[in-house]
Design a binder for this molecule. Structure first.
Ligand code: AMP
Length: 288
């Protein structure tokens, strides 16, 4: 059953969104939810399309969450393209867009927020290099989930560790929400689509593809045994190409345990985070 509207409905107020959604739920609708920070691209839209296929009502949100930016400059420069976002969502059949204000999401301000016990996930890779980032992600996602109360939540593999954190959040909060993870959408040359790509100049855009090329190099060259050499070569290559590498890691796909040795059987993933000048890019690739 599809919703009988052709126009997307935009809500700014929590109570109005909730009134609309509870009426839909009363009618038996299932709700799919795609939270975003806007500056939308094909990756976001792939999640919308997936949600549309499995739910009566697809809700997306655009909210640039101040609590998850460990670098204030990154927050200030985060791209905002609201008009084209609205157009793109509407064109792709999103039913509801929620655009709350910071004051509505954080009525008591950004200080003294509750802490989530994320354990190991907060100590490695993104957790290690972006202190506080995943606490901020949990703050906003938990609030959005409480507001929208979706049946199904759609996330992108592009943010591999974030998917694990949000699954953990859902478990900690005891929510009954199914998580569907969509594959990373890429530009024609292989660069993972990202809102931050809009900030790359022509030269940087040309360079940026080297991150996915490096992950592909790891995928094509990994063999059972000690894998540290391969990882080091990848780091050296990106550094020589002008990146400031935060990490390149090879980890177990299920728990994100960092590996130096691979038995040739365990499902594994390669993950990278690197700066091109001021812009930090991340990507990952399942290796087997
Ligand atoms: P963001 O707006 O960056 O917070 O992302 C919103 C959602 O879109 C998250 O679940 C991301 O993982 C997902 N996403 C971002 N980039 C991509 C991509 N290239 N392919 C698929 N999903 C993506």
């Amino acid at each position: 059953m599809r919703l009988n509207t052709t126009k997307m409905i935009l809500f700014k107020k929590i109570t109005e969104l909730q009134r609309f959604l509870s009426e839909k739920k009363r009618q038996g609708a299932s709700i799919g939810f795609v939270p975003t920070m806007g500056a939308l691209h094909g990756g976001h839209i792939s999640l919308i399309i997936n949600s549309r296929q499995h739910n009566t009502v697809t809700v997306s949100s655009i909210f640039v969450n101040p609590a998850q930016f460990n670098d204030p400059k990154d927050f200030e420069k985060y791209p905002v393209t609201m008009d084209t976002d609205v157009e793109l969502l509407e064109k792709n059949g999103c039913d509801v867009l929620f655009v709350p204000s910071v004051a509505d999401i954080y009525p008591n301000g950004l200080g003294n927020l509750p802490q989530y016990t994320l354990g190991y996930l907060e100590t490695v890779l993104e957790g290690k290099y972006r202190p506080g980032h995943y606490q901020g992600v949990c703050q906003v996602v938990h609030r959005l989930l409480n507001i929208v109360q979706p049946d199904n939540l759609y996330l992108g593999q592009k943010d591999y560790q974030q998917c694990m954190v949000i699954k953990k959040l859902i478990e900690l909060a005891g929510l009954k929400i199914t998580v569907a993870i969509g594959p990373t959408l890429r530009e024609h040359d292989g660069l993972a689509m990202s809102s931050r790509n809009m900030r790359l100049n022509e030269q940087e855009r040309h360079q940026a593809v080297k991150i996915s090329e490096t992950l592909l190099f790891i995928k094509n060259n990994i063999k059972p045994g000690y894998i540290d050499d391969l990882k080091e070569r990848a780091i050296q290559y990106l550094s020589a190409e002008g990146f400031k590498v935060d990490y390149i890691a090879i980890a177990t796909a299920d728990k994100l345990e960092l590996l130096e040795y691979w038995d040739g059987k365990q499902p594994i993933v390669a993950l990278a985070a690197a700066y091109l000048n001021e812009i930090r890019l991340i990507d990952n690739m399942l290796l087997n």
